[in-house]
Write a protein that binds this ligand. Structure first.
Ligand SMILES: [Zn+2]
Length: 346
């Protein structure tokens, strides 16, 4: 009797945990890893505060994606379909929102995405939150800003051919940003540079958009090249979702694809963490460098400082995963424990 109810509780817990690691857009997994890494790139004056709130920031790193389900204005904030905006979009699209809206109309921008402009809006809100020394808003805008910055580091978030759908390569979006990093994280070097002050955040973000967009032809071409060694049966697996069947890339294809991509996904993840860190830091400086330790409800305990030190050491040595210090991975191991306990109770 008791065992039965315990098993039910464990089952529900397991479902909740597994839902939280499945998803889209850098995969929920990727966003969460990058968010944690970004905290390690912060200067000392900010790090204690961000580390105290690390679990919350990691969890809310995917909130903008979850918001897409019930807010129709949300989707365009996550991408920009550059090819829809001109023959040579990297040269032609104005970098300020008013100039872009005047050139294309706000409706057109809503249709093809507003990510780079929305990032600047979020940066300004975070700066104001620092000026007001408002903890809730600092956390809220830190998470939202980070998400959109991370999205534009994904090449396919800057392209009209966002899922390979225009070139017969359906499913490429989640292959590149979810399956490949989830499968290969253990081999990635996740160390990145410390946060730097961004004198011109707008141009920095357009620099990110440019480098992402320039990778699009390459990642499409590599998919074509790798496909030559696969048949439809070895390349795809059919999965049923919400009563519909869809084709997903197989693990074998994903491995082969990752091999030829080389460090492309890893490099975008690292750049993404570094840029997230730099945007948080810049907003803090522009917000008057408030003393963040004073915003903590309780002063930092010795053990807490030691824990951060250990994490930073592991980050620098590339042993975060091995030492079980990645929050997303800890969730997965917790799921394994739950599975193990439920099966031994069965
Ligand atoms: Zn997103």
């Amino acid at each position: 009797m008791v065992y039965n109810s315990l098993r039910k509780v464990l089952l529900v817990l397991g479902i909740i945990l597994s839902c939280s690691i499945l998803g889209h857009s850098w995969g929920f997994f990727g966003h969460k890893v990058i968010q944690q890494l970004a905290i390690y790139g912060l200067p000392k004056d900010m790090q204690g505060f961000y580390h105290r709130h690390m679990a919350h920031l990691v969890e809310t790193s995917v909130r903008p994606d979850q918001r897409r389900n019930d807010d129709s204005t949300e989707a365009p904030r996550h991408f920009i379909d550059l090819e829809a905006l001109g023959e040579k979009p990297l040269e032609e699209v104005p970098h300020t929102y008013p100039a872009a809206a005047a050139k294309y109309s706000t409706d057109t921008l809503q249709k093809y995405g507003i990510a780079p402009w929305h990032i600047i809006k979020m940066k300004e809100r975070l700066t104001r939150a620092f000026q007001r020394r408002d903890t809730d808003s600092i956390l809220y805008y830190s998470a939202d800003l980070a998400h959109y910055i991370q999205d534009v580091h994904v090449p396919l978030h800057t392209s009209l051919n966002y899922d390979g759908q225009l070139t017969g390569q359906h499913g490429l979006h989640s292959l590149w940003e979810s399956k490949v990093p989830e499968q290969n994280l253990a081999s990635y070097n996740l160390q990145h540079n410390k946060a730097r002050y961004l004198a011109n955040p707008q141009e920095e973000i357009w620099g990110v958009v440019r480098s992402s967009h320039l990778l699009v032809p390459k990642l499409l071409e590599i998919e074509r090249q790798v496909s030559q060694n696969f048949t439809d049966d070895t390349k795809y697996t059919i999965v049923e979702r919400n009563g519909r069947s869809r084709k997903n890339y197989t693990d074998a294809f994903s491995s082969a694809y990752n091999k030829v991509l080389g460090t492309m996904v890893q490099d975008r993840m690292r750049a993404s963490a570094e840029m997230t860190s730099s945007f948080w830091y810049t907003s803090w400086v522009d917000g008057g460098k408030p003393d963040l330790d004073k915003l903590l409800a309780m002063p930092r305990a010795k053990a807490e400082k030691k824990q951060l030190k250990n994490e930073l050491k592991a980050w620098k040595k590339g042993t975060l995963l091995e030492k079980d210090l990645l929050l997303t991975k800890i969730r997965i191991s917790l799921m394994n424990v739950i599975e193990w306990v439920s099966s031994s109770l069965a």
